[in-house]
Design a protein around this ligand. Structure first.
Ligand code: ADP
Ligand code: MG
Length: 357
């Protein structure tokens, strides 16, 4: 296995569009790194540059200790898995698995051994004679993974490999990929637009938006200390509440909102220097706690019980809020719900730059 090292790697498409604006990060040997961001943010562009399927406009890409900017894809010792599976429909599963190895001139015994091994790892043994058309979506995806596996590459690149599967299958395949990663000790770069997939699978996550890296960290660190408003609102479901207002020091702290309403903030964690200043204040739905004293009472609009918790959509003045509450007696739409906000849990951002303060 190998590490992957990007130094200011850039992609400018021939039409002048900047697909990736200088990406710098390192994937450690054996790490599972996730690239996440909304559709069109440059994830595939970045992965395809690493694979060698897209030329690099600037910067340096290393796999292991070798600069590979101008190395052909087949000589980079990587294997890529695509969302579309890209299986050969007229070939059996066994032939699909063997194809890449044969092409590279491996002898028959080696090919057979590797195919057998990959089929066992991915539980494809019973399907080897079938054609892709006779497989379910999950089985096809497993064959696509198997095709990467038999290559025994230095680095695995996976571009939204689970996007075509239904929710339940996606979850079980996610666990299988995490398991496979551990079993192989492989270096993997995994691309997804799905923040839950990113959070559950990544040892570290690179968050991309509009071709630019927003933050790189472990899932929990990103969740607890998002560097800017984009990361704050992109990760987490339901998304973080964000309210713009002026911070006021009265009996305690309060946020004066543009609609004339105010939001009392109990507890410590705010800085004197912020008093009187306009701020974007972020509140995770789980940090709106039920409680009376020193709180506020927004109006309940829609209640969504999901079993182990309840999402409550609220309105405070002109502002929508969402709270995540433990199950129990459900609040009634139209009622006022007394809530408390602990200042220690707030995320404070500069409204001009969006950066965390
Ligand atoms: N060949 C191309 N020429 C110009 N722009 C492109 C080309 N390929 C992709 N793009 C643009 O680059 C951006 C990033 O694309 P992509 O990397 O595929 O995004 P993602 O995988 O994150 O959805 C998109 O806005 C896309 O339209
Ligand atoms: Mg893509």
């Amino acid at each position: 296995m190998a590490r992957v090292d990007l130094d200011e790697v850039r992609k400018v498409y021939p039409n002048g569009y900047v697909g990736v604006a200088g990406a710098t990060f390192e994937v450690a040997d054996g790490e599972l790194l996730v690239l996440v961001g909304p559709s069109g943010c440059g994830k595939s562009t970045l992965l395809r540059m690493i694979a060698g399927l897209e030329s690099i406009s600037g910067g340096t890409l290393r796999i292991g200790d070798r600069v590979v900017n101008d190395v052909a894809p087949k000589d980079r010792d990587i294997a890529m898995v695509f969302q579309s599976y890209a299986l050969y429909p007229h070939m059996s599963v066994a032939e699909n698995l063997a194809f890449g190895l044969k092409l590279r001139g491996h002898d028959r015994a080696t090919v057979e051994a590797r195919v057998r091994e990959a089929a066992a790892t991915l539980e494809l043994d019973a399907l080897l004679e079938r054609k892709p058309g006779q497989l379910s979506g999950g089985q096809r995806q497993r064959v696509a993974l198997g095709r990467a596996l038999v290559r025994n590459p230095q680095v695995f690149l996976l571009d939204e490999p689970l996007s075509n599967l239904d929710a339940k299958l996606r979850m079980s395949m996610r666990v299988e990929i995490a398991h496979l990663h551990r079993q192989l000790g492989a270096t993997m770069i995994y691309v997804t637009h799905d923040q839950i997939e990113a959070m559950t699978l990544g040892q570290r996550i690179v968050v991309l938006d509009r071709g630019e890296i927003q933050q790189i960290d472990t899932p929990m660190a990103l969740y607890e200390r998002p560097a800017n408003l984009f990361v704050a609102t992109f990760l987490g479901s339901p998304a973080m509440n964000v309210l713009r207002g002026r911070l006021a020091r009265e009996d305690g702290w309060a946020l004066a909102l543009d609609d004339g309403s105010r939001l009392p903030l109990a507890g410590e964690g705010l800085r004197e220097a912020w008093a009187g200043r306009e701020l974007d204040v972020g509140i995770r739905p789980e940090h709106l706690q039920r409680g009376g004293d020193g709180g506020f009472a927004p109006t309940v609009e829609v209640v969504e019980p999901v079993g182990n918790e309840v999402f409550v959509n609220l309105r405070h003045g002109a502002h929508p809020l969402i709270a995540r509450l433990p199950p129990g007696e459900l609040p009634q739409p139209g009622a006022a719900l007394p809530l408390r906000l602990d200042a220690a849990h707030l995320h404070v951002f500069d409204p001009e730059t969006g950066r965390r303060l």
